[in-house]
Design a protein around this ligand. Sequence first.
Ligand SMILES: [Zn+2]
Length: 549
Amino acid sequence: MKNSYRTIAAAILFGGIFFSSCTSSQTADLIVYNGNVYTVNDNFDKAEAFAVKDGKIIAVGTTADIRQKYKATEMLDAEGKTIYPGLIDAHTHFFRYGLGLQSADLDGTDSFKEVVQQVVEHRQKYPDTEWLTGRGWDQNDWAVKEFPSKDTLDLLFPDTPVILTRVDGHAALVNQEALDLAGISPETKMVGGAVEVKNGHMTGILIDNAVDLVTTKIPAPSEAVQRTALKTAEQNCFAVGLTTVDDAGLDKATVDLIDAMQQKGELQMRVYAMMNPTQENKDYYFKNGPYKTDRLHVCSFKIYADGALGSRGANLLEPYADRAGHYGFLLSSEQEFRDVARQLNEHGFQMNTHAIGDSANRLLLDIYGEVLGGKNDKRWRIEHAQIVDPADMNKFGKYSIVPSVQPTHATSDMYWAGDRLGSERLTHAYPYREMLQQTGYLALGTDFPVESINPFYTFHAAVARQDAENYPAGGFQMENALTREQTLRGMTIWAAKSNFEEKEKGSIEEGKFADFILTDRDLTTIAPEQMRATQVLRTYLNGKLVYKK
Ligand SMILES: [Zn+2]
């Protein structure tokens, strides 16, 4: 203690003597200058430059200031480009998205020949998967509107099982290897399904329950496949400016893999993990407590209260407008939700509950209130919070509950949400601004791969409440639109706060991780119809360039 004090005193003394009037430069690893920098600090201040050392921002200011005070080995002239803090997506299925990328996307193919071509190309990109899977073909889009047959697949992939699912999921084309593994023969019969046979030979087309005979044989992805999934998901996320993703619903084995890859430098992405409430996850984390490194944070569980609005699974207070007497349903009993809330509170974990219908939201808000007791700093979240009865709105404020919402859900659902809810109840759907008024902050996300991973779609949907075609004119229920500043905060500092990480990320300020992006346009000044086309030019994570256009 005494020694270090003397060292500091000596440094100040000698510094004063030797460097007072001339080049008193301090060293940094990287200086970014000539930028249009949105710091997203409390005052929403702008800056031109900042210095980075050891992965952290050490100073923010004008170009002249920073260049005078610091010398760095790496200089980045931003040439007036706009710079934001690295974006945070507060609700994703990052790992599941990565796994999905390893299935060939056959949507929009216009012939079976094109399907085969895509499958072959896909295999070259992802040679590790035990099964070759694809999805999305529709013979009605083809010149020959007939089901294809497996012959070509048998020639190309004699030893690799292949399953290509039709766009509606009710039919699939499989090869002989897949049929063999599933034990399917021309004689196979079942209820609610069929194996197509022509001239005594199977064509490879399976209908409904026959498809399940094959899909149940697909093994869980190997570790190599999981690693590839995480890395490809990461690359795509960096390309759209994401530097932190909240993964909603992981198991310990996946979290351990992410941790190991991060420790070895194989995965850079910062991950906020919400755990599935399995017995195994609860046993381990309740015993060991939350876990945190610079890139991984485990301190929450993801609970499901109800289903989705589109499939009428969301739990409503009054029946669906388009199905008499139907209220949707809860996925567990009231008592089970109460028990898990008490357990999580007792062990110091955040509870993040998927609640879409107004009845599910009311129940969970009340249980949260019961367990938390009043204003608090536990930051329990409601994921989606899509339909909130006006009588329940104040509970967000009263119990300090964080709305974690996905603006692109509003613009994807707006075409039919009124059918489900009727016009009066629709006005209480996607009530972002009202919820924000209660809490002072909210977290924004996409729920990818349910929606696109692109955070600029989120920005446009939150601000303009319009789809990619700028429909509807004037925006959908604009009384609940967010301002551009609120939206940017929701994708950065407020999302960080919903993860208990606002002291380390979410803004360009001294002491924070050097996570930031350069974009080709300024979202706070451009016309709304230009927002979705925003391009990320560079993404930096921990002061390191991880993506360059
Ligand atoms: Zn989700």
